[in-house]
Structures are given as C-alpha cells and as structure tokens.
Design a protein around this ligand. Structure first.
Ligand SMILES: [Mg+2]
Length: 217
C-alpha cells in the first residue's frame, strides 16, 4: 500500500477512549426526562456533533412522552456530567505511538472531529502528545457546513493540509464518521467497536484490529 498524502484522525473512540463517557452523559440526561436510552440508540449517537445528538435524543424523548423538550435544556443537563467524565478519558491503546510514527515519517496529520474546540481542549489536556496534530477541524468550526455523516469535516481537513482527500487515509470508529470519510473520497481505516456490526459501515473500508496494526511502513 503506498503511503498516504496525509492522515486524518477522528478523536472520540479513535484516539481517545471517550465513547463510554459520552454514552453515560447522554444516558443520564435522557433519564432526567424519563427515557432510558437503549444500546442501539447510544450507538446511533456515536460520531455525531453534540447538537445533532441533542436533536436525536430530543426526538426520542418526545416520541415516548408526547411532550416537547428543549434541546438547550437537554444540553445544559448533559454538559456538567460530560465535562467531568471527559476530562479523565484515557487514550486508546496505540494512539500515542501511531501519532509518533506519522510524525517520524513526516506524514501530515489533521484532526477531523465532531467535537467542539472547547470540548477537544478539555479532553486533550491530559494528552500532550495530541499537540503533534496541529491542523484541526472541530464540530463548531466556522467554516464547517455539515457534521458527520456528511463529508465536510474530512474535505475541510484535507483542504487545510493542501492535499486531495482521495489521497488521504482517514481513521474512524463510528459508522457516521466512516460514512463521512468515504463520502469525502478518503481511504478509510476503521477501528470497529465490538458492539457495532460491520454491516452498519459503508462498503470499501479497511478494518483495523488495533491502532498498532496501521500499515504505514
Ligand atoms: Mg469517533
């Protein structure tokens, strides 16, 4: 496999093990409105922007309770829970080493995340190795039109690095993220959580058993 022009990394569930925290925070917030989020619903929230998640959860609550819920209210409830949990999220195994390998090989890198700038700085604080990824597209980036599963995050990340998205490798864990990267034309490497069936991902992705198994050199 020829080397990529650049590597575009998802953050949550790919470089950092934040998905359990996200799931817990949404569960607690939804429970406040009387909704117990099921496993399938929690998986559907993966990889999406906070506001997009809020709209999904809001719709699920309203469908069950027949009463309107403000997404701001939902987000305000979730925020302190999420902040506390996310500030302690560990790295995914092999993440730091993979970033180090890219750096050593001189492969340009970008972060292509649905997370807001503020949320990324909170989660990244205990992980100084993430600073090696200087180019970043956040979920609340002023130049970003649509969140994942739309291709915009990856297209913008490639553009900022001055490379074609089709010459990039994208690293993702969620179906929404993999869909976004495929739609952008990237070669997509998926670190699939066991709980998510392969059939939920777009065709043509490459499966990774671990971040240590990325075929870079
Ligand atoms: Mg992810």
């Amino acid at each position: 496999m020829p080397r990529p022009a650049a590597c575009l990394f998802d953050l949550d569930g790919l470089l950092l093990d934040t998905e359990p925290s996200h799931a817990e925070a949404w569960s607690q917030a939804a429970a406040h409105f009387g909704l117990q989020l099921g496993a399938a619903q929690l998986l559907q929230l993966r990889g999406r922007r906070r506001l997009d998640c809020a709209h999904l959860v809001q719709a699920w609550i309203e469908a069950g309770s027949f009463r309107p819920v403000a997404s701001d209210e939902l987000l305000a409830l979730r925020q302190p829970i999420a902040e506390k949990l996310l500030a302690q999220a560990p790295a995914m195994p092999g993440a730091e080493a993979l970033i180090g390998r890219c750096q050593q090989l001189g492969i340009p890198m970008a972060l292509a995340t649905s997370s807001s700038r503020e949320a990324v700085s909170l989660k990244a604080a205990p992980h100084p190795w993430l600073a090696a990824i200087e180019t970043r597209v956040h979920g609340d980036d002023p130049q970003l039109q649509r969140g994942k599963p739309a291709p915009d995050v990856f297209l913008l990340a490639a553009e900022r690095l001055g490379v074609e998205a089709s010459h990039c490798w994208a690293f993702e864990d969620s179906p929404a993220g993999a869909q976004a990267a495929r739609a952008a034309g990237c070669q997509v490497h998926v670190l699939r959580p066991e709980a998510i069936a392969p059939v939920l991902y777009p065709p043509g992705v490459r499966w990774l058993n671990s971040l240590a198994a990325v075929p870079l050199d």
